[in-house]
Design a protein around this ligand. Structure first.
Ligand code: GLU
Length: 501
């Protein structure tokens, strides 16, 4: 179906009231993919009319987050286009003009009810166990009278006059028909007393004026979808294709993630905020792959997707409206897969800042040598300094206890170190090709297990019990330093032996 689609105009319309979370990132991604797929346009619109909840840096952070994922827009606050401005706070007058039109047509009305009256009304409705709704007090005030009250300075809001009879049916491209009884739709406020239009009006006006053909947004807008449909109808505009995405559930699959739960996540190296993933060592390619599959699939088995693949394969009819549980294990899996798919130079370049953040000064030559041997082993980029930081340390400080291998005495381990020294000292270099065969022969000769002999060497040379492959590591460290470290380890073990005898 999507293959023959005409170029769409779609938008991502975040409110700068908080941080960009995974759900927002996914909404942006699907919009972007559809635009790219069809040769259409992707618009970034900032919905910042809620001045009370406005957060200063939020707009910049969400732009940075989208860019990090690899998403760019064709029109937006920083990319003037034919349909701007793209910040709703710069469009106040436009919305008022359309609100006025609805008033004139009789599809909206001025409401002068005071907050106190509305509060009382709500309490009484609760007592009567009715669902909360506006009781219609100002619906029929003649327009002339209303205007006089406004001129006299009475505060007011503008409400949409929803029809109270019949039903409204709206079609969602992935959910099918959504039908509600009109009497259950409130007379929603569309312009607040401060003169700012609310989402219901502002977004419909903008989507129309900006030529939006498909609205892909979160499922939290399903309850007010009939209202949006009515507003569009009242203006006589063409309706966009509606697509309401699935909800994200917490990893347990039970309910949405609470604020506290998301704050706790970071301790485990995870987050629900897009801009955290970079510092946590995730690749944008992996995060994109991961979120793309939370609500969309190509078939029942393909999992690896680059952005290019996604653009090629994306289609609306494969979007899935069922709730998706956030699965961080899967994210780790994708990160590993994408790390292994990177060219060595690229990966080296990406792990460098993680070494620097840990106080290392990695030189590019060594970095390029160690990258291939850790590429298979790291899950996140910040694993790199943990398992390979020692390459940039002048000295390693092994613990004697670590040098002593399971089932062996300090004396035996000292002997291993000394014999290894002898074998390795005679070689022109120490590498998997030259070194490993000789050492394996030594293992035989000593009648020990490879893990025991190599365990001593590993701790001696790298200072740790777990390291990248031993012979590759020794080759990078270089023969002289390797020998010096083995000698030191042998000495430590002998000292330990005499202390404990
Ligand atoms: N400003 C709305 C929000 O952040 C946008 C919803 C939409 O995409 O229309 O939830």
């Amino acid at each position: 179906m999507t293959n023959e689609m005409k170029p769409v105009r779609v938008r991502f319309a975040p409110s700068p009231t908080g941080r960009l979370h995974l759900g927002g990132g996914r909404t942006a991604l699907y919009n972007y993919l559809l635009a790219k797929k069809t040769g259409g346009k992707f618009i970034l619109r900032i919905e910042d009319t809620d001045r009370k909840r406005y957060i200063e840096n939020a707009e910049q952070e969400l732009m940075d987050g989208l860019h990090w994922l690899g998403i760019d827009w064709d029109e937006g606050p920083d990319k003037p286009g034919e349909f701007g401005p793209y910040r709703q706070s710069e469009r106040k007058e436009i919305y008022l003009k359309y609100a006025e039109q609805l008033i004139e047509q009789g599809d909206a009305f001025y409401c002068f009810c005071t907050p106190e009256r509305l509060h009382r009304m709500k309490e009484e409705q609760e007592k009567r166990k009715e669902f909360p709704h506006y009781d219609g007090q100002c619906r029929d005030i003649p327009l002339e009278e209303a205007r006089k009250r406004i001129v006299a300075g009475e505060p007011y809001v503008i409400r949409f006059k929803t029809p109270k009879e019949g039903v409204t049916t709206v079609h969602d491209a992935i959910r099918g028909e959504i039908t509600v009884e009109n009497r259950t739709i409130d007379d929603y406020i569309i312009v607040k007393s401060d003169g700012w239009a609310l989402y219901h009006l502002a977004a419909m006006v903008d989507d129309h004026l900006m030529g939006i053909t498909h609205v892909i947004r979160g499922s939290e807008w399903i309850p007010t979808l009939p209202l949006h449909h009515m507003i569009i109808q009242a203006f006589g505009w063409e309706e966009p294709v509606w697509i309401h995405l699935s909800v994200f559930l917490k990893p347990s699959g039970k309910g949405k993630m609470s604020k506290r739960e998301s704050a706790d996540l970071i301790k485990d190296g995870y987050s629900i905020f897009l801009t955290d993933f970079k510092d946590l060592g995730y690749l944008p390619e992996a995060v994109t792959n991961w979120i793309a599959l939370m609500g969309w699939s190509y078939d029942d088995h393909t999992e690896f997707f680059t952005m290019e693949d996604l653009i090629k394969d994306f289609s609306i009819d494969h979007l899935n409206p069922s709730p998706a549980a956030i699965n961080f294990t899967k994210l780790d899996y994708f990160n590993g897969v994408h790390i292994r798919a990177l060219p060595v130079e690229d990966l080296a370049h990406r792990i460098k800042p993680f070494f620097e953040a840990k106080g290392y000064h990695p030189d590019d030559e060594t970095l390029l040598k160690i990258t291939p041997i850790i590429q298979e082993r790291i899950v996140t980029l910040d694993d790199a300094p943990e398992i390979a930081g020692f390459f940039f340390e002048d000295h390693v400080t092994p613990q004697t206890e670590d040098l002593i291998q399971k089932g062996l005495t300090a004396e035996k381990c000292a002997e291993i170190a000394e014999k290894s020294y002898q074998v390795l000292a005679d070689l022109p270099e120490i590498s998997p090709r030259i070194g490993e065969p000789e050492m394996r022969a030594l293992v035989e000769e000593l009648g020990l297990k490879p893990a025991q002999v190599f365990g001593v060497l590993r701790v001696a040379v790298t200072g740790r019990k777990v390291s990248p492959p031993l012979f590759e590591s020794m080759e990078i460290i270089g023969k002289d330093i390797v020998l010096e470290r083995i000698k030191t380890a042998a000495k430590m073990l002998r000292e330990y032996q005499s202390r404990n005898n």
